[in-house]
Write a protein that binds this ligand. Sequence first.
Ligand SMILES: [Zn+2]
Length: 273
Amino acid sequence: MSEENKEINEAPQNEETSVKQKIVTKGLSDLSPIRIVRYALIFLCVLLLIGIWFRIKPASSPSVTPKEEETAEASAEPAPLPTELTDPASVTVLVNKTHSLPADYVPANLVTPYVLSISDVIQVNELAADQLKAMVNAANESGVTLYLTSGYISYETQDDYFNDRAGMVGEAEANKVIAKAGYSEHQTGLAFDFSDNASGTATTVAFAETEAGKWLIEHAWEYGFIMRYPDGKEAVTGYSYQPWHFRYLGTDVAKAMHDIAPDLTMEEYYQVN
Ligand SMILES: [Zn+2]
Protein backbone atom coordinates (compact mmCIF):
# COMPACT_ATOMS: atom_id res chain seq x y z
CA MET A 1 0.00 0.00 0.00
CA SER A 2 1.35 3.34 -1.00
CA GLU A 3 1.66 6.28 1.32
CA GLU A 4 -1.14 8.09 -0.60
CA ASN A 5 -3.64 5.26 -0.03
CA LYS A 6 -2.74 5.07 3.55
CA GLU A 7 -3.62 8.69 3.94
CA ILE A 8 -6.87 8.26 2.01
CA ASN A 9 -7.83 5.28 4.08
CA GLU A 10 -7.06 6.90 7.30
CA ALA A 11 -8.77 10.15 6.40
CA PRO A 12 -12.36 9.13 7.21
CA GLN A 13 -11.34 7.70 10.58
CA ASN A 14 -9.82 10.98 11.62
CA GLU A 15 -12.60 13.19 10.27
CA GLU A 16 -13.76 14.26 13.74
CA THR A 17 -10.21 15.10 14.80
CA SER A 18 -9.69 17.16 11.66
CA VAL A 19 -12.78 19.24 12.41
CA LYS A 20 -11.55 19.87 15.91
CA GLN A 21 -8.13 20.80 14.56
CA LYS A 22 -9.82 23.12 12.07
CA ILE A 23 -11.71 24.84 14.87
CA VAL A 24 -8.57 25.22 16.93
CA THR A 25 -6.64 26.43 13.91
CA LYS A 26 -9.48 28.83 13.09
CA GLY A 27 -9.42 30.10 16.68
CA LEU A 28 -5.70 30.58 16.58
CA SER A 29 -5.84 32.23 13.19
CA ASP A 30 -8.58 34.57 14.57
CA LEU A 31 -6.35 35.50 17.51
CA SER A 32 -3.77 36.97 15.31
CA PRO A 33 -3.30 39.72 14.61
CA ILE A 34 -6.59 41.67 14.62
CA ARG A 35 -8.05 39.84 17.63
CA ILE A 36 -4.86 40.28 19.63
CA VAL A 37 -4.98 43.99 18.92
CA ARG A 38 -8.68 44.09 19.85
CA TYR A 39 -8.13 42.19 23.10
CA ALA A 40 -5.17 44.37 23.90
CA LEU A 41 -7.29 47.50 23.33
CA ILE A 42 -10.08 46.20 25.56
CA PHE A 43 -7.53 45.28 28.22
CA LEU A 44 -5.97 48.75 28.03
CA CYS A 45 -9.42 50.38 28.22
CA VAL A 46 -10.21 48.40 31.37
CA LEU A 47 -6.86 49.42 32.90
CA LEU A 48 -7.55 53.03 31.93
CA LEU A 49 -11.03 52.94 33.52
CA ILE A 50 -9.62 51.43 36.74
CA GLY A 51 -6.96 54.12 36.75
CA ILE A 52 -9.51 56.90 36.25
CA TRP A 53 -11.71 55.43 39.00
CA PHE A 54 -8.90 55.53 41.55
CA ARG A 55 -7.88 59.06 40.50
CA ILE A 56 -11.43 60.41 40.72
CA LYS A 57 -12.50 58.58 43.90
CA PRO A 58 -10.56 60.69 46.48
CA ALA A 59 -11.46 63.93 44.67
CA SER A 60 -15.17 63.07 44.59
CA SER A 61 -15.25 62.38 48.33
CA PRO A 62 -12.75 64.86 49.84
CA SER A 63 -14.58 65.09 53.17
CA VAL A 64 -13.74 61.52 54.07
CA THR A 65 -10.05 61.05 53.28
CA PRO A 66 -8.56 64.36 54.57
CA LYS A 67 -10.65 64.09 57.74
CA GLU A 68 -9.26 60.65 58.39
CA GLU A 69 -5.76 62.00 57.75
CA GLU A 70 -6.38 64.92 60.12
CA THR A 71 -7.59 62.58 62.83
CA ALA A 72 -4.53 60.42 62.37
CA GLU A 73 -2.27 63.48 62.61
CA ALA A 74 -4.16 64.83 65.62
CA SER A 75 -3.68 61.63 67.54
CA ALA A 76 0.00 61.60 66.61
CA GLU A 77 0.78 65.08 67.95
CA PRO A 78 -1.34 67.81 69.59
CA ALA A 79 -2.56 70.73 67.52
CA PRO A 80 -0.31 73.80 67.72
CA LEU A 81 -1.32 76.40 70.32
CA PRO A 82 -2.74 79.76 69.19
CA THR A 83 -0.32 82.70 68.99
CA GLU A 84 -1.87 84.39 72.05
CA LEU A 85 -0.51 81.48 74.11
CA THR A 86 2.86 81.07 72.37
CA ASP A 87 4.05 84.61 71.64
CA PRO A 88 6.28 85.61 74.61
CA ALA A 89 5.08 89.19 74.18
CA SER A 90 1.39 88.19 74.45
CA VAL A 91 -0.30 89.09 77.74
CA THR A 92 -1.75 85.56 77.85
CA VAL A 93 1.44 83.66 76.89
CA LEU A 94 1.36 80.21 78.44
CA VAL A 95 4.42 79.33 80.50
CA ASN A 96 4.25 76.11 82.49
CA LYS A 97 6.13 72.84 82.86
CA THR A 98 5.40 71.97 79.23
CA HIS A 99 5.74 75.36 77.57
CA SER A 100 8.90 77.39 78.09
CA LEU A 101 10.35 80.72 77.02
CA PRO A 102 13.57 81.17 75.03
CA ALA A 103 16.59 81.53 77.33
CA ASP A 104 17.38 84.93 75.83
CA TYR A 105 13.82 86.30 76.15
CA VAL A 106 13.62 89.58 78.03
CA PRO A 107 10.41 91.64 77.80
CA ALA A 108 11.05 94.78 75.78
CA ASN A 109 8.72 96.83 77.99
CA LEU A 110 9.97 96.38 81.56
CA VAL A 111 9.13 99.22 83.91
CA THR A 112 9.47 99.93 87.62
CA PRO A 113 5.96 100.10 89.09
CA TYR A 114 6.73 102.12 92.26
CA VAL A 115 4.15 100.41 94.42
CA LEU A 116 4.58 99.31 98.02
CA SER A 117 7.22 96.65 97.62
CA ILE A 118 10.14 95.04 99.40
CA SER A 119 12.55 96.36 96.77
CA ASP A 120 12.68 99.42 94.56
CA VAL A 121 14.42 97.47 91.82
CA ILE A 122 11.47 95.18 91.04
CA GLN A 123 10.59 95.44 87.38
CA VAL A 124 7.34 94.39 85.73
CA ASN A 125 5.92 94.08 82.24
CA GLU A 126 4.36 97.40 81.28
CA LEU A 127 1.22 95.56 80.12
CA ALA A 128 0.46 94.80 83.78
CA ALA A 129 1.92 97.90 85.43
CA ASP A 130 -1.18 100.10 85.63
CA GLN A 131 -3.46 97.38 86.97
CA LEU A 132 -0.77 96.23 89.41
CA LYS A 133 -0.47 99.74 90.83
CA ALA A 134 -4.25 100.08 91.01
CA MET A 135 -4.58 96.75 92.83
CA VAL A 136 -1.81 97.24 95.40
CA ASN A 137 -2.96 100.80 96.06
CA ALA A 138 -6.59 99.71 96.45
CA ALA A 139 -5.60 97.01 98.96
CA ASN A 140 -3.44 99.37 101.00
CA GLU A 141 -6.05 102.13 100.90
CA SER A 142 -8.65 99.69 102.25
CA GLY A 143 -6.39 99.00 105.25
CA VAL A 144 -4.79 95.79 103.98
CA THR A 145 -0.99 95.72 103.98
CA LEU A 146 0.06 94.29 100.64
CA TYR A 147 3.65 94.27 99.42
CA LEU A 148 4.95 93.32 96.04
CA THR A 149 7.88 90.96 96.56
CA SER A 150 8.72 89.92 93.02
CA GLY A 151 7.90 90.65 89.39
CA TYR A 152 10.20 90.08 86.44
CA ILE A 153 12.91 87.48 87.05
CA SER A 154 15.56 86.93 84.41
CA TYR A 155 16.46 83.49 83.04
CA GLU A 156 19.84 83.62 84.78
CA THR A 157 18.42 84.60 88.16
CA GLN A 158 15.77 81.87 87.92
CA ASP A 159 18.51 79.38 87.13
CA ASP A 160 20.30 80.42 90.34
CA TYR A 161 17.06 80.17 92.39
CA PHE A 162 16.32 76.69 91.11
CA ASN A 163 19.85 75.40 91.61
CA ASP A 164 20.00 76.85 95.13
CA ARG A 165 16.72 75.16 96.09
CA ALA A 166 17.64 71.91 94.37
CA GLY A 167 20.91 71.92 96.29
CA MET A 168 18.97 72.12 99.56
CA VAL A 169 16.00 69.79 99.00
CA GLY A 170 16.83 67.88 95.81
CA GLU A 171 15.66 68.52 92.27
CA ALA A 172 12.33 66.67 92.57
CA GLU A 173 11.22 68.68 95.62
CA ALA A 174 12.51 71.93 94.17
CA ASN A 175 10.51 71.23 91.02
CA LYS A 176 7.24 71.34 92.98
CA VAL A 177 7.64 74.97 94.04
CA ILE A 178 10.24 76.54 91.79
CA ALA A 179 10.33 76.58 88.02
CA LYS A 180 13.42 75.66 86.10
CA ALA A 181 14.96 78.51 84.12
CA GLY A 182 12.89 79.15 80.99
CA TYR A 183 9.79 77.61 82.58
CA SER A 184 9.04 80.46 84.99
CA GLU A 185 6.19 82.90 84.36
CA HIS A 186 8.27 85.51 86.16
CA GLN A 187 10.44 85.73 83.02
CA THR A 188 7.43 87.32 81.25
CA GLY A 189 7.22 90.13 83.78
CA LEU A 190 3.52 89.25 84.09
CA ALA A 191 3.73 87.12 87.26
CA PHE A 192 3.89 88.57 90.77
CA ASP A 193 4.51 87.42 94.30
CA PHE A 194 3.01 89.22 97.27
CA SER A 195 3.54 89.42 100.99
CA ASP A 196 1.80 91.03 103.92
CA ASN A 197 5.04 92.22 105.47
CA ALA A 198 8.07 94.21 104.46
CA SER A 199 10.44 91.31 104.93
CA GLY A 200 8.63 89.37 102.21
CA THR A 201 8.55 86.13 104.13
CA ALA A 202 5.00 85.17 103.18
CA THR A 203 5.74 82.57 100.56
CA THR A 204 3.94 79.82 102.48
CA VAL A 205 0.37 78.53 102.29
CA ALA A 206 -0.31 80.51 105.49
CA PHE A 207 -0.37 83.64 103.31
CA ALA A 208 -3.88 82.62 102.20
CA GLU A 209 -5.12 83.22 105.77
CA THR A 210 -3.59 86.69 106.08
CA GLU A 211 -5.65 89.83 105.39
CA ALA A 212 -3.53 90.43 102.28
CA GLY A 213 -4.02 86.85 101.06
CA LYS A 214 -7.78 86.97 101.62
CA TRP A 215 -8.06 90.34 99.92
CA LEU A 216 -6.23 89.03 96.83
CA ILE A 217 -8.43 85.93 96.63
CA GLU A 218 -11.48 88.16 96.63
CA HIS A 219 -10.34 91.07 94.45
CA ALA A 220 -7.34 90.17 92.25
CA TRP A 221 -9.52 89.11 89.30
CA GLU A 222 -11.13 92.57 89.23
CA TYR A 223 -7.71 93.97 88.26
CA GLY A 224 -6.90 91.24 85.72
CA PHE A 225 -4.95 88.84 87.97
CA ILE A 226 -5.53 85.17 88.74
CA MET A 227 -4.06 82.95 91.43
CA ARG A 228 -1.92 80.83 89.17
CA TYR A 229 -1.41 77.76 91.37
CA PRO A 230 -4.61 77.21 93.37
CA ASP A 231 -5.14 74.67 96.10
CA GLY A 232 -6.03 71.21 94.77
CA LYS A 233 -4.86 71.93 91.21
CA GLU A 234 -1.38 70.46 91.51
CA ALA A 235 -2.18 67.79 88.94
CA VAL A 236 -3.20 70.48 86.44
CA THR A 237 -0.53 73.13 87.00
CA GLY A 238 2.33 70.91 88.13
CA TYR A 239 2.89 73.16 91.17
CA SER A 240 1.83 72.95 94.77
CA TYR A 241 -0.54 75.56 96.20
CA GLN A 242 1.01 79.04 95.98
CA PRO A 243 -1.50 81.60 97.33
CA TRP A 244 1.10 84.40 96.97
CA HIS A 245 1.76 83.95 93.22
CA PHE A 246 -0.55 85.79 90.81
CA ARG A 247 -0.50 86.10 87.04
CA TYR A 248 -1.75 89.07 85.04
CA LEU A 249 -3.93 88.04 82.07
CA GLY A 250 -5.89 91.25 81.54
CA THR A 251 -9.26 92.14 83.04
CA ASP A 252 -11.36 90.46 80.32
CA VAL A 253 -9.72 87.04 80.63
CA ALA A 254 -9.45 87.18 84.42
CA LYS A 255 -13.15 88.06 84.71
CA ALA A 256 -14.15 85.34 82.23
CA MET A 257 -12.15 82.80 84.22
CA HIS A 258 -13.51 83.99 87.56
CA ASP A 259 -17.06 83.77 86.19
CA ILE A 260 -16.49 80.06 85.45
CA ALA A 261 -14.76 79.27 88.76
CA PRO A 262 -12.65 81.39 91.16
CA ASP A 263 -9.90 78.75 91.15
CA LEU A 264 -9.89 78.01 87.41
CA THR A 265 -6.38 77.54 85.98
CA MET A 266 -5.00 78.79 82.67
CA GLU A 267 -4.61 75.18 81.55
CA GLU A 268 -8.30 74.50 82.20
CA TYR A 269 -9.52 77.77 80.68
CA TYR A 270 -7.54 77.34 77.45
CA GLN A 271 -7.86 73.54 77.54
CA VAL A 272 -4.15 72.97 77.16
CA ASN A 273 -1.50 71.05 79.05
ZN1 LIG B 1 5.96 83.58 91.88
